[in-house]
Design a protein around this ligand. Structure first.
Ligand SMILES: Nc1ncnc2c1ncn2[C@@H]1O[C@H](COP(=O)(O)OP(=O)(O)O)[C@@H](O)[C@H]1O
Ligand SMILES: [Mg+2]
Length: 340
């Protein structure tokens, strides 16, 4: 309770509970003392009468206790129930749902806390939104000068295949990939609905992308509802990873329908992913330690793969392998054989 301010309701509730407990305690002590066996001439009073009186006192005390318990219950319930609801709602925000707000009930400190939380959540959300917008804008604005730079490098006089020029073009390509991935990531994180939703033939998509990277594709046609551009980013990232991190081993993509929807698996026979890293590689910019970083990737690839899979009601995982190599699995829901 802030000094000087009128006692709040929460304070009064706690105060009433404490006062009630004290009164109860005092009543019990008084009762015990009153019926203590006395010595001396008064003790001669009729034992029978004292017994009757004691019984009444005991009954009264029990009633008093029951009344106090009944009255205190809804009070405590109300207080803790509201705190429980508040906690559940705050947790939703903590889990990343920045739209989550808590409901404000009553006018005491708990309500004040809820109001304060909502104001803070509002500010956090605005800040995050501004940051994302900034990142998206910067990424977008970087694209044009980057394209100009690339063109200038290609037009430089001298040997077109010279090593410095090749490495410059490779660096520019890496930057371009990073910017592209950042743009997709910021679009996904903004929580905006998918731009285009169509029936996409996952096998055909995998075959197209595999043709670019020289991978083998097997399986059956499965159609999934989703954003074709995002699904392409997903497939391309997995195939690109298998090609680059799989150290030029044979890469195989398999598409099939399963009970829950569609399943895509991309396998290679490279060094694989150690058990302890199988979850962490899905974090943005996390790479298997000790491996060459010169992959040309942005470090966002698998984070995007997982985000895209989840936006399509699915999940992406790195499976445990018996032999060498890595196997990535993406499950997407809502699949049906293509209607052609
Ligand atoms: N097929 C694979 N085989 C072995 N390691 C892989 C494979 N795919 C991904 N990884 C590991 O996961 C890390 C994260 O991948 P990714 O998010 O695509 O970033 P990037 O490819 O830019 O390094 C990679 O750096 C690599 O260490
Ligand atoms: Mg990658």
């Amino acid at each position: 309770v802030t000094r000087g301010a009128r006692p709040s309701r929460l304070f009064r509730q706690i105060y009433a509970a404490v006062v009630g407990a004290v009164v109860l305690f005092a009543a019990s002590v008084a009762a015990v003392r009153y019926f203590e066996p006395r010595r001396g001439p008064e003790a001669a009073a009729s034992d029978e009468l004292r017994h009757v009186l004691a019984l009444h006192w005991l009954l009264g005390l029990l009633l008093f206790l029951a009344a106090a318990a009944v009255a205190a219950y809804p009070l405590a319930r109300r207080l803790t129930g509201r705190l429980d609801r508040l906690r559940a709602e705050v947790r939703r925000f903590g889990e990343g749902n920045l739209d989550a707000r808590v409901s404000v009930e009553g006018g005491d400190e708990v309500a004040e806390l809820a109001r304060g939380f909502n104001a803070a959540a509002e500010r956090v959300q605005a800040l995050v939104r501004a940051q994302r917008q900034l990142l998206a804008n910067v990424s977008h604005e970087l694209r044009t000068p980057l394209a100009r730079l690339r063109m200038s490098v290609e037009l430089l006089p001298g040997d077109a295949g010279s090593e410095p020029r090749r490495s410059m073009i490779a660096d520019l390509h890496e930057l371009d990939t990073l910017i592209g991935d950042l743009l997709v990531a910021s679009r996904l994180e903004s929580g905006a609905p998918l731009e285009r939703v169509e029936d996409v033939d996952l096998l055909a998509l995998a075959a197209e992308e595999a043709a670019r990277s020289g991978a083998e594709v097997t399986g059956a046609s499965v159609s999934v509802r989703g954003d074709p551009r995002l699904l392409r980013v997903l497939v391309r990232n997995l195939l690109e990873n298998a090609r680059v991190h799989g150290r030029a081993s044979a890469v195989c993509a398999e598409v099939r329908a399963d009970a829950a929807g569609a399943c895509l698996r991309v396998r290679d026979a490279g060094p694989g992913v150690p058990e302890a890293e199988r979850e962490r590689i899905f974090e943005a910019f996390h790479r298997v330690p000790g491996r060459s970083q010169a992959s040309g990737g942005s470090g966002l690839g698998l984070a995007l793969v997982r985000q895209i899979a989840r936006r399509h009601g699915g999940e992406a995982r790195c499976l445990a392998q018996d032999g060498p190599g890595a196997c990535f699995e993406v499950r997407l829901k809502g699949a049906a054989p293509p209607t052609t």
